[in-house]
Design a protein around this ligand. Structure first.
Ligand code: CP
Length: 304
């Protein structure tokens, strides 16, 4: 039995296999329509979500399986004080695989310690979001055809943005990647995430100036400032519009730039950019469903 708590729970070879599997699902969806017949996925979401929960649910339905779960802690017995451990022991009786999102870092690890079925971390606090990273990697592969030789700009809230933490960790394992980390001083990447960069394994630069570095980038990964992780509303208000990507700024970018965003978007990308062919973020959403289908198949050890 495997759990996916961090992207490091998958080897590079396994990640590449998942990408290939997702590409095969995209090309041959009918082949997978009954793959998870009579299997159940539980989605336990203690924190709001649109894409992750619904893409997991759509993924399981498209594999012929069924879905149970809750979309907020207040509608579960967590509201009466039940622990994550007891909830997981209970749901393990009902489901073949469980995905959990929780505001507390480490909650999916607790879940894995008490589960009798595979656990997938669907985002824990400001820590990790490994399945978003799988969606991001599939998107990069589909848009660019490769990982090697890319200059990747990560922009916005790099301190609390869990998708950025998991993505840096994953991309560090590919050769010939370069990072440009663009954030306000207060929202820099935490040291524990930056460790492989600091050890000199992957070249990177840090800046507060998006426009200055825009011409260098092959990929621009925008993120929102994570209001829910701030201790102080005044700090959030001061920092929330640090970066707003507009069509005017895009004039400085490469013509084949890929603009990504894990979403939800608040104000970081002008809606006028949505129809620009460089905007990949809604294709990225669709990729999230396909890569989660591939992951469910892998963890349930189902052959298509
Ligand atoms: N990208 C992402 O995690 O979106 P949701 O919060 O809507 O699931």
């Amino acid at each position: 039995m495997r759990h996916i708590i961090s992207i490091t729970d998958l080897s590079l070879e396994e990640i590449n296999e998942l990408i290939k599997s997702a590409q095969d699902i995209i090309a041959n969806p009918d082949r997978y329509k009954e793959s998870c017949r009579d299997r159940k996925l539980a989605t336990l979401f203690y924190e709001p979500s649109t894409r992750t929960r619904l893409s997991f649910e759509a993924a399981m339905y498209e594999l012929g399986g069924r879905v149970i779960g809750f979309s907020e802690a207040s509608s579960s017995s967590a509201a009466k004080g039940e622990s994550v451990a007891d909830t997981i022991r209970t749901v393990s009786c009902f489901a073949d695989i469980i995905t959990i999102r929780h505001p507390k870092e480490g909650a999916p690890t607790v879940a894995a310690n008490h589960a009798t079925v595979p656990i997938i971390n669907a985002g824990d606090g400001g820590h990790n979001h490994p399945t978003q990273t799988l969606a991001d990697l599939l998107t990069i592969k589909n848009e660019k055809g490769r990982f090697e030789g890319l200059t990747i700009g990560l922009c916005g809230d790099l301190k609390f943005g869990r998708t950025v933490h998991s993505l840096i960790t994953a991309l560090c394992r590919y050769p010939d990647i370069r990072f440009v980390l663009i954030s306000p001083e207060e929202l820099k990447v935490p040291s524990y995430v930056k460790l492989p960069l600091k050890e000199g394994k992957v070249p990177y630069t840090q800046t507060t100036d998006l426009v200055r570095v825009l011409p260098e980038l092959d990929i621009l990964y925008m993120t929102r400032v994570q209001r829910e992780r701030f201790f102080n509303e005044d700090d959030y208000v001061r920092l929330k519009d640090s970066y707003i990507l507009t069509l005017e700024k895009l004039e400085y970018a490469k013509t084949d730039l890929s603009i990504m965003h894990p979403l939800p978007r608040v104000n970081e990308i002008s809606m006028a950019i949505d129809s620009d062919p460089r905007a990949c973020y809604f294709r990225q959403v669709m990729n999230g469903k396909y890569i989660r289908m591939a992951l469910i198949l892998k963890l349930l050890e189902v052959q298509a």
